[in-house]
Design a protein around this ligand. Structure first.
Ligand SMILES: *Cc1c(COP(=O)(O)O)cnc(C)c1O
Length: 498
């Protein structure tokens, strides 16, 4: 299978797409066409375990990878998760389902892909005949950073550099990253917000001069952000798996449509759901849930993406994003795969901070998606109510998705003949990853210390505390450096020289 750039100037193999991360024309790689999963294959998938299901889905895109080896790599990756099943589906009394994707090494859904990406990248280099060492650059709003650091820790021939916004991540996220012990990795705070961080990293990728400077040191760049197709592919798999679990537990019949509600930031997770739908999964609506940074809600509402607006720091920091990179892939599909038009729109976004789609495209968008956002107060209320009623503690991001999903279901009550389908809310992080805010939501109490928060949540909910979070309490802080966006590349050069 080949991959093409959303901006039309490049066509490469899957291995190359993963190694490169981003296309050289600044676009994102998308599959040349969507591979179908047939009814027979779906049926086969019902009897498979998670790694086998994922291998089937990934194999559709990455046909140059040896299928047996791919399955082994997936098995090894998901063996690092708690309790055997990396993506359990939990049924709540009221008929909602939660797809828990936080049982990996860093307690957020990013682990689903970032435990697999090192294999995809290393093997991709081998397939594409690439001999240089790889420097993985990560811009993180908190969770991607640590997941990448865990995934690539100790990887031979690969260095990882994670940039996070100085004031834009939770204390626990910061601790997780800054206590990283691996020698091949570096963590640096950037003055500014996540968008400044992401723009800085994209600028490094776009510069021929920087690429040359790195080449002289024997390195080439790759990305662990969800612009990399190697991040998206493993995410597609859990939508298939959740669907299979609904069928095998007799919650639905094969062919019934299911809605998914996804807490959204960079639009990677929900895009994977859309890709699953394009491959034939019976998906109803995709609920795109945002916090106060509701640029996506407005876009789905009026067809104009406008990122010139105030940026808010919220208690769901991994969704504090105004430029959602992966939306480019959706806009490309929406335009009938018109690369010229997509390139124009993205140029308008970077020059004027906005672009619009046509009414026709907007209508098509609304067929597949419902978008909404929630205030901080409503998120707190939702987490509180859900726990008091069903005894289920959610993290702050999942709380946003649950609240928007509930609003969506309410909106259906007024629509004559509206179809109510099973709703799967994607649970993207452990509540213990955001202990202060979750404790506040559950009890109204503020604690200064993250670990005190962890302890109190544990007393209240009896939910098991992940070992990896317990352990960082006693680890030394290794990384303390803060730089301005303009100095990011200097740090990159220093790091490859080490
Ligand atoms: C990254 C993240 C999100 C947002 O996912 P996108 O793929 O960027 O839309 C939501 N919740 C949590 C906990 C995350 O780490």
């Amino acid at each position: 299978m080949y991959f093409i750039s959303t901006r039309g100037k490049e066509r490469v193999t899957g291995a190359q797409a993963i190694v490169q991360g981003i296309a050289s024309d600044g676009g994102l790689f998308v599959p040349e066409s969507f591979p179908a999963v047939s009814a027979a294959e779906m049926e086969g998938m019902l009897g498979m375990d998670y790694p086998e299901r994922a291998a089937l889905v990934l194999g559709k895109y990455l046909d140059e990878y040896d299928s047996g080896e791919l399955l082994e790599a997936l098995r090894a990756a998901y063996a690092r998760f708690d309790d055997g099943d990396p993506a359990p589906l939990v049924r709540i009394e009221n008929g909602t389902y939660l797809l828990e994707l936080f049982h990996g090494p860093t307690c957020a859904f990013k682990d689903m892909a970032l435990t697999v990406l090192p294999y995809l990248l290393r093997k991709g280099c081998e397939i594409a005949g690439i001999k240089e060492k790889i420097l993985v650059l990560v811009a993180t709003s908190g969770d991607t950073g640590k997941a990448a650091l865990e995934g690539f820790g100790g990887a031979e021939g690969i260095k990882v550099m994670a940039f996070y916004p100085e004031e834009g991540v939770s204390k626990m996220q910061k601790l997780q990253m800054c206590t990283t012990e691996w020698e091949n990795e570096n963590v640096i705070a950037v003055r500014g917000n996540f968008d400044d961080c992401q723009t800085g990293v994209k600028r490094i990728f776009a510069s021929a001069e920087y690429a040359k400077a790195l080449e002289e040191k024997g390195y080439r760049l790759s990305s662990a952000n969800s612009i990399n197709f190697g991040r998206l592919a493993p995410q597609i798999a859990y939508y298939f798996s959740a669907y299979c679990d609904l069928v095998t537990s007799d919650q639905i019949k094969y062919g019934d449509k299911v809605d998914f509600a996804v807490p959204t930031g960079n639009f990677g997770n929900i895009l994977a759901a859309y890709y699953a739908k394009m491959m034939g999964l019976p998906v109803g609506k995709l609920i795109c849930a945002s916090n106060r940074n509701n640029v996506l809600t407005d876009f789905f509402g009026n067809g104009t993406y406008d990122c010139k607006r105030p940026f808010f720091r919220t208690m769901s920091p991994s969704m504090d994003i105004l430029v959602s990179s992966n939306l480019e892939r959706l806009v490309f599909e929406l335009s009938g795969r018109n690369a010229g038009l997509t390139a124009e729109r993205m140029a308008a976004l970077s020059e004027k901070g906005r672009y619009s789609v046509s009414q026709e495209e907007l209508n098509a968008l609304r067929e597949s998606f419902y978008a909404g956002y929630t205030s901080e107060d409503d998120t707190v209320e939702c987490i509180y109510e859900f726990f008091s009623e069903y005894g289920y503690p959610m993290d702050t991001h999942t709380g946003v998705a649950m609240n928007v999903a509930q609003n969506y279901l309410k909106s259906l009550e007024d629509v004559v003949g509206a179809e109510e389908r099973p709703m799967v809310v994607v649970s993207t992080a452990s509540p213990y990853k955001f202990p202060q805010d979750v404790l506040y939501a559950l009890t109204g109490n503020d604690v200064k210390d993250s670990f005190k928060g962890v302890k109190r949540i544990n007393l209240l909910t009896a939910m098991k505390v992940p070992e990896s979070l317990k352990a960082i309490r006693y680890k030394p802080i290794r990384f303390k450096q803060v730089v301005t966006p303009a100095k990011m590349f200097d740090e990159v050069l220093k790091f490859v020289n080490e």
